[in-house]
Unconditional design. Structure first.
Length: 232
C-alpha cells in the first residue's frame, strides 16, 4: 500500500511552482532587499496565491480519489452517510428547493429523477461513476472549517479530533497557519497592498501546511479504509 494518496503526491509536485517563486524572491532579497523590494513582494504575493490554489486543489483531488475508489471497489451504499447523497445531487436539489411554482417544481423533480435516480439507492454499489465536479461544487477558499465541512460530506465527522490527536501540540498553530494562508490570499486578491510576506514567511507556510496535508491525508485515508474502502 502506498504511504500517501495520489492526491498528496500531485500536491507535492505542484509545490515546485511555489518554491520557484519563493527562491526567485530569496535571490533578489539577498542581492538588494531595499531596491528590489517591489519585485520581492510581487513574487511572494504570487507564491501565496498559487499556494492557496494548490491547497484547494489538493482537498478536491483527495475527495475525487475517494469518489473514484468507492465506485471502482463497489462500496455498498447501505453504509454511506445520508449527506453524501445530498452532495452528489446538491445542484439539482437546490433548484427544486429554490423553485416556487408547482409546474416548475415538477419539471425540476423530473430532471432530478432522470439524471440522478441511479445514485439514490441504499442497496448494492453505485452503478456508475460518481460526478466529482458536482460533488465538489461550492468548495473554495480552503480555510480549516471549510475543509472540515468538505470532508464531512463523506460522513467523516471526527476529522478535527483525529487531526488534533495526530498533530498534538502543533494542532492549533497548524490550523492557524491554514487560515492565515487563506486570509492573506484573499487580501491579495482584493488588492490589499500590505498583504505581503517575506521569502522566509512563505517558506514557513510551505513547511507547516505541507505537514498539515500529510496529516489530513493520513487521517482521512484511515477513516476511509475503516468506513468506505482503501484510497491509497
Amino acid at each position: 500500500m502506498a504511504r500517501y494518496t495520489s492526491a498528496y503526491s500531485s500536491f507535492v509536485a505542484r509545490l515546485n511552482e511555489v518554491e520557484i517563486l519563493r527562491q526567485s524572491a530569496l535571490l533578489k532579497e539577498k542581492k538588494d532587499p531595499i531596491i528590489l523590494r517591489a519585485e520581492i513582494d510581487a513574487l511572494c504575493r504570487g507564491a501565496i496565491v498559487l499556494f492557496c490554489a494548490h491547497l484547494e486543489a489538493y482537498i478536491k483531488e483527495l475527495g475525487e480519489v475517494a469518489l473514484t475508489k468507492m465506485h471502482v471497489k463497489s462500496v455498498p451504499r447501505a453504509s454511506i452517510a445520508a449527506q453524501f447523497y445530498y452532495h452528489i445531487s446538491k445542484d439539482l436539489l437546490d433548484e427544486v428547493i429554490n423553485t416556487t411554482h408547482p409546474d416548475r417544481i415538477a419539471d425540476k423533480i423530473f430532471n432530478f429523477l432522470q439524471s440522478d435516480l441511479p445514485y439514490w439507492d441504499r442497496t448494492g454499489p453505485f452503478p456508475q461513476p460518481l460526478p466529482a465536479d458536482r460533488f465538489n461544487k461550492g468548495f473554495s477558499n480552503p480555510a480549516f472549517e471549510k475543509i472540515r465541512a468538505y470532508l464531512n460530506r463523506f460522513g467523516y465527522s471526527d476529522y478535527r479530533r483525529d487531526l488534533a490527536n495526530r498533530l498534538q501540540a502543533n494542532y492549533q498553530p497548524t490550523v492557524t497557519m491554514v487560515n492565515h494562508l487563506v486570509d492573506t490570499r484573499n487580501k491579495i486578491a482584493h488588492g490589499d497592498p500590505t498583504a505581503s510576506k517575506t521569502p522566509r514567511d512563505v517558506g514557513d507556510m510551505i513547511t507547516i501546511i505541507k505537514a498539515y496535508c500529510i496529516s489530513t491525508d493520513s487521517v482521512f485515508a484511515a477513516w476511509c479504509k475503516t468506513n468506505l474502502c482503501s484510497i491509497r
